[in-house]
Design a protein around this ligand. Structure first.
Ligand SMILES: NC(=O)c1ccc[n+]([C@@H]2O[C@H](COP(=O)([O-])OP(=O)(O)OC[C@H]3O[C@@H](n4cnc5c(N)ncnc54)[C@H](OP(=O)(O)O)[C@@H]3O)[C@@H](O)[C@H]2O)c1
Length: 180
């Protein structure tokens, strides 16, 4: 069981523009040789922040598309967000540690995916719960936006596992987060 961040970032380290736009990423369409099908098969539970959830809603259910996850999803928010018919979504707030325990239990041996945003990934890292980062670097820069992981992680540094080119467009970087 691994707790992972998996997602795409611009070359300058942003996962969305300041106004939560992902057009810079979606312009590339389906990525040839994408690791996503194999990745999501091994995921048993997901966590995301409210802005990521709102983006997902706008681009799936609000457009007549089904919610994309069969696995349970924990959404962090201090607000009351609308309920999602047909989706196993649990709203939570505060300390990530008890939520992680519940996720691990629900995942039953499969992995836990911290979808983002970056600060939520940071909260799991702060609690010593993040094991791995899998980042597809897109060949674009945004100049500003929502950061990938707004933390200073220098010692011990992340450990590079692999670098994989995808479709001649993305570089997928896999890092292990060493435990101090
Ligand atoms: N490129 C990619 O692969 C990728 C991956 C993931 C996300 N994204 C995009 O990146 C952007 C991320 O947005 P974001 O940085 O604002 O992050 P976010 O994590 O989606 O949303 C942040 C919000 O979540 C809530 N939250 C976070 N931690 C909490 C806690 N412990 N307790 C209670 N509430 C908590 C707070 O909102 P409230 O309390 O006000 O609700 C906070 O303002 C989105 O546009 C998303 O679509 C891109």
């Amino acid at each position: 069981m691994t707790t992972q961040f998996y997602g795409a970032a611009s070359l300058d380290g942003f996962i969305a523009t300041p106004d939560h736009d992902l057009g810079w990423l979606l312009q590339f369409g389906e990525i040839e040789g994408t690791s996503y099908p194999a990745f999501i098969r091994d995921v048993g539970a997901l966590a995301m922040g409210s802005h990521t959830c709102e983006w997902m809603l706008k681009h799936t259910i609000d457009m007549g598309q089904p919610w994309p996850y069969a696995q349970p999803v924990w959404v962090f928010s201090s607000r009351t967000l609308r309920s999602l018919p047909g989706a196993d979504v649990r709203f939570v707030q505060g300390d990530v540690r008890p939520v992680h325990q519940a996720m691990v239990q629900a995942a039953a041996g499969r992995n836990v995916w911290i979808v983002g945003g970056g600060d939520l990934v940071g909260q799991f890292h702060d609690a010593g719960l993040l094991d791995e980062l899998i980042v597809q670097i897109a060949p674009v820069t945004l100049g500003a936006g929502m950061p990938l992981l707004p933390r200073r992680i220098t010692q011990p540094a992340l450990r590079l596992q692999s670098v994989t080119p995808l479709g001649g467009i993305f570089a997928e970087l896999r890092y292990t987060v060493p435990k101090p």
